[in-house]
Design a protein around this ligand. Structure first.
Ligand SMILES: NC(=O)C1=CN([C@@H]2O[C@H](COP(=O)(O)OP(=O)(O)OC[C@H]3O[C@@H](n4cnc5c(N)ncnc54)[C@H](OP(=O)(O)O)[C@@H]3O)[C@@H](O)[C@H]2O)C=CC1
Ligand SMILES: O=CCCC(=O)O
Length: 294
């Protein structure tokens, strides 16, 4: 099966590699074209533009930073729209808002192509291990056709109905995750400032009702102020922003998420956007409960 892949960042590179290793013929494109080289050396083909990838592929998967990136690879010169047509599919796995997905869906289907949004839960390691959770919505026929690829990329896929439901589900999940990360940061800071062992605090969390893989994975590194990027903080802040906009649309009050978003924004303003989202801990650490820098 010929599959295209657009966007070889932290997630896309691992996902495209898994497809390649599983026997798919993969044609890749990345805005910074030099990043295609590693995959080409492992057997992938390279397209010079998104349109060139679509022309060679039965369906094309995208894994891009944000709504601006997702729209630009479709609508700009050399973009997906130039080659999408009947018999071809486009699957956007980026985390974007429903409006972005709906715009892309309309443009693709107007050209006779099929569209699926399919954002994922799970970060760098699950992407490498083919253990993502896929939140798909859109054209059911394309979903069914993409199952062999989803089986390679993920441990479970959900079909959530019409376009927008996948995007919204992903934003709700990440809104909770961003708030939890802030709560963990505050807990670590409070434990440390109170003279308690932060590691013992993590051990206790891990034995109780609020144990979760994220606290277990990120907590020890946060104690060490180590934030190698698995999920870049700038993307988590984008997701909080988009989730808050969804809350606005639906008149859902989300003061906890709004406060978490402020912390991520502050972290971005201090140049921490490319670090892992757990680097929001640096913001919580420097501002004491009185609001004064320590
Ligand atoms: N990392 C994670 O844990 C997870 C991330 N996600 C979501 O997946 C998506 C990708 O994340 P991740 O791989 O971490 O991000 P990265 O920042 O590592 O990669 C972003 C990708 O988008 C490309 N890109 C950025 N801007 C543009 C643009 N204007 N036009 C074309 N391409 C562009 C980049 O190209 P270039 O190399 O040229 O910069 C790169 O290929 C995001 O939507 C993120 O929210 C979802 C689940 C987990
Ligand atoms: O969007 C990123 C999600 C990261 C995760 O689910 O661990």
């Amino acid at each position: 099966m010929d599959v295209g892949f657009l966007g070889l960042g932290i997630m896309g590179k691992a996902m495209a590699l898994n497809l390649l290793r599983s026997g798919f013929r993969v044609t890749v494109w990345n805005r910074t074209l030099s990043k295609c080289q590693g995959l080409v050396e492992l057997g992938a083909s390279m397209g010079e533009t998104p349109a060139a990838v679509v022309s060679k592929s039965k369906y094309t998967i995208a894994m891009l930073a944000d709504p601006i990136a997702a729209l630009s690879v479709v609508f700009e010169k050399g973009g997906v729209l130039e080659q999408i047509c009947e018999g071809k599919g486009y699957i956007d796995m980026s985390t974007v808002d429903a409006d972005t997905s709906l715009k892309i869906n309309e443009a693709i289907t107007n050209k006779g192509g099929k569209f699926l949004e399919a954002p994922v839960s799970g970060s760098k390691k699950p992407a490498e291990d083919g253990q993502l959770i896929i939140l798909a919505a859109g054209e059911k026929e394309l979903y069914d056709a993409a199952i062999p690829a989803f089986d390679v990329l993920g441990k479970k896929s959900f079909f959530l109905g019409s376009v927008g439901n996948g995007a919204n589900m992903k934003l709700v999940v990440n809104m909770v995750m961003g708030s939890m990360m802030n709560a963990l940061s505050e807990g670590l800071s409070l434990a440390g400032s109170s003279g308690l062992s932060q590691q013992t605090f993590l051990d206790i969390l891990d034995l109780g009702a609020i144990a979760n893989p994220m606290f277990k994975l990120k907590g020890p590194a946060m104690i060490q102020s180590s934030y190698p990027p698995a999920f870049p903080l700038k993307h988590q802040q984008k997701d909080m922003r988009l989730a808050l906009a969804l809350g606005d649309e639906n008149a859902v009050s989300m003061p906890v998420a709004a406060a978490a978003n402020e912390a991520f924004k502050k972290a971005r303003s201090l140049g921490l956007g490319d670090l892992d989202f757990s680097a929001v801990h640096e913001i919580v650490k420097v501002i004491g409960s009185s609001g004064e820098a320590k």
